[in-house]
Design a protein around this ligand. Structure first.
Ligand SMILES: [Zn+2]
Length: 87
């Protein structure tokens, strides 16, 4: 089971990021126990699957072990973290 605290943090994070034109979606991978949440870039250049064997090699979020973040092919993370800017 996913603790409600980590679920709330994950949802808060997604709501924040959904304001970005490149938004992220969460998929619950219920095929395994404990369940995992996959945070996936919506409409990416290549479609992701909500599983650990996704082509992007999802990484586990350090303080939210139930949550796995996928890496976008279009590089949207760089804009969100401020490393790159639209100029
Ligand atoms: Zn992926």
């Amino acid at each position: 089971m996913i603790s409600s605290a980590s679920m709330q943090r994950a949802l808060a994070r997604m709501q924040r990021e959904s304001a970005h034109p490149h938004h992220w979606v969460a998929l619950v991978d219920a095929s395994c126990q404990p369940e995992r949440i996959h945070v996936i870039p919506a409409g990416d250049l290549r479609e992701h699957v909500g599983a650990l064997h996704c082509w992007c090699h999802p990484t586990q979020v350090e303080d939210m072990p139930a949550v796995w973040e996928h890496t976008s092919m279009d590089g949207r993370e760089a804009f969100e973290s401020g490393e790159r800017r639209l100029s």
